[in-house]
Design a protein. Structure first.
Length: 321
């Protein structure tokens, strides 16, 4: 029996984690005593409410009373954050709508925890200020830079379909935001799909022209995800996290300029850029529900149809039962 367990562990650590959680769940109720003593949160600088939650320290104060320490890890984008969540180095994180689809297709062991109401203006397709391109249809055969597996991957796919083009009609150039901006500035790509605050920064700093935003093409939901083993044993902790995030979101909505000023030195951007970016996000969060899962299913089906993921998914499999 021990030998068989070791074989399973070598083949898939994620499966062993699920089995271990199942046994623990049978042995004890979900009490504070059963909870983990550390909460590892993955965040991106563009995720302003998580950045502000970290800066304010209110979550640490609440969880310290329960003997729980909060540890933070920064990531450049959602796909990288989900890789860390899948291997167990992150318990909770905030990503766009496409990363969970790619992660689930790769076998990642996570669950949807909450989501931000639609913010389609917070991402878009940019072209250089002197570009002659006036429509998405004119991008046929052109090079479009974007972060592979991120929310703008879905934006590109949706915009192409709306314009009557297929994914094979363009040349995708997979680059993280910093590298994509460098390629965009030197003219190595014809367009760049990106989210805020990078979108607003490019428009204000280098005169990039917004060819089209996500409005009318995508919802651009943002998701809070949790590692399944953590969520199954620590729901009370996650509830506290979402309560504190809700408070930060309300503060940002009511104090937009103050929030931008606080974020400026952290995100390395001008206050005006960040303020514009903050206005493009809702900062309103809701528990996972059937309508948002239905939208995620449509996204997953579209990626599968375009042969961008290898398997057909049921997104409800990533929901805590």
């Amino acid at each position: 029996m021990v030998f068989e367990h070791k074989k399973i562990r070598r083949r898939t650590l994620a499966l062993l984690s699920v089995l271990a959680v199942g046994v623990a769940g049978l042995a004890a109720p979900l009490t504070v005593a059963a909870q983990a003593k550390e909460l590892h949160i993955g965040y991106q600088k563009a995720g302003s409410t998580l950045v502000l939650l970290k800066a304010h320290g209110t979550l640490e104060k609440r969880l310290q009373a329960q003997g729980i320490t909060v540890k933070w890890a920064e990531f450049t984008a959602g796909p990288q954050l989900l890789e860390a969540l899948n291997v167990g180095s992150v318990d909770f994180g905030y990503v766009g709508e496409a990363p969970p689809v790619f992660a689930q297709a790769a076998g990642a062991n996570f669950v949807y925890t909450a989501y931000e109401i639609p913010t389609p203006a917070a991402e878009g397709l940019l072209v250089p200020k002197n570009s002659t391109i006036k429509s998405v249809a004119e991008l046929k055969g052109k090079k479009i830079a974007f972060n592979k597996g991120s929310d703008v991957h879905w934006l590109v796919l949706a915009l192409l379909k709306k314009a009557g083009l297929s994914y094979s009609d363009i040349q995708p150039i997979y680059l993280a935001p910093a590298d994509a901006r460098a390629a965009f500035e030197r003219g190595a790509v014809d367009a760049w799909a990106v989210w805020d605050p990078f979108q607003s920064a490019a428009e204000k700093q280098i005169g990039a022209r917004l060819l089209v935003s996500g409005v009318g093409a995508v919802s651009h939901h943002q998701f809070f995800l949790s590692a399944r083993p953590y969520a199954e044993k620590n729901q009370a902790v996650l509830n506290i996290v979402m309560e504190e995030l809700g408070k930060v979101g309300q503060w940002v909505r009511e104090h937009n300029r103050d929030a931008a000023a606080e974020l400026a030195p952290i995100q390395g951007l001008d206050i005006d850029v960040i303020e514009t970016s903050l206005k493009n996000y809702a900062h309103v969060y809701k528990p996972i529900d059937a309508p948002v899962l239905a939208e995620q299913q449509r996204i997953a089906d579209a990626f599968f149809a375009a042969k961008l993921i290898p398997v057909k998914l049921n997104v409800n499999d990533a929901v805590l039962k």
